[in-house]
Every structure is written in structure tokens, then in C-alpha cells.
Design a protein around this ligand. Structure first.
Ligand SMILES: [Zn+2]
Length: 115
């Protein structure tokens, strides 16, 4: 009895799949969607993990004293030593102390006699 019912369901499913109606198309779409999801999900998860890792890696700071990597900004949680200057210019790869910068202003005489 159980066996014949299983066959009946299988036949019904096959009929649904082969029937050129909206129901068959729906089942095919569903199967296609599930397959696509199963294929794309690992890729999506991998991409999300990669992006998250990049973000974490960018925020990680390595202590110069003990080499401990953490997301703390000011002090190393392992040894307590202060980190180097804030990351203001870290992205550009160019760091300079703003207080040491001198701006030279040249006064130009606008009353030029030749013009
Ligand atoms: Zn440290």
C-alpha cells in the first residue's frame, strides 16, 4: 500500500513536471531556483567572508612591542603599550605631523609697473 502511494506521488510529480502548464513551469522554476541557490550560496558566503575578512584586517592593529594583533585603537590589550600615531594618513601611505608643517605665504606685489 505504501509502495503504490509513493509511485502515485512520483507519477504525479512527473506529470506536473512534464505538463506544459503553469504548475509544471512553477515546479521547474522552483527546482531551478533551489539549484541556483545551492550553487550560488557558497559563492555568496565566500564573498561575504572575504569582504568581512578584509574589513577586519584593515581595522586590526599590530602592537609594535609584542606583536599582538587586535582591534583596539589606542592601547595594546596584551601588553598595555600605546599604539603609534592615529591612522589618519595610514590609507594614503603617507604620514606627517600636522603641527610640524609650515605654510609659506609669499606676498606678491600686484602693482606691477610693466602692465
Ligand atoms: Zn602589545
Amino acid at each position: 500500500m505504501q509502495r503504490s502511494r509513493t509511485w502515485l506521488w512520483l507519477l504525479l510529480a512527473l506529470l506536473l513536471l512534464l505538463a506544459p502548464g503553469p504548475a509544471g513551469r512553477f515546479v521547474l522554476d522552483l527546482l531551478g531556483g533551489i539549484t541556483l541557490l545551492l550553487v550560488l550560496l557558497p559563492l555568496l558566503l565566500g564573498a561575504a567572508g572575504f569582504v568581512a575578512w578584509q574589513v577586519i584586517q584593515r581595522r586590526l592593529r599590530t602592537c609594535e612591542s609584542c606583536g599582538f594583533a587586535s582591534m583596539e585603537k589606542e592601547f595594546c590589550p596584551a601588553c598595555g603599550s600605546a599604539f603609534a600615531a592615529p591612522t589618519a594618513g595610514a590609507e594614503s601611505g603617507e604620514q606627517f605631523d600636522v603641527s610640524n608643517v609650515t605654510i609659506d605665504v609669499q606676498v606678491l606685489n600686484e602693482d606691477d609697473p610693466s602692465s
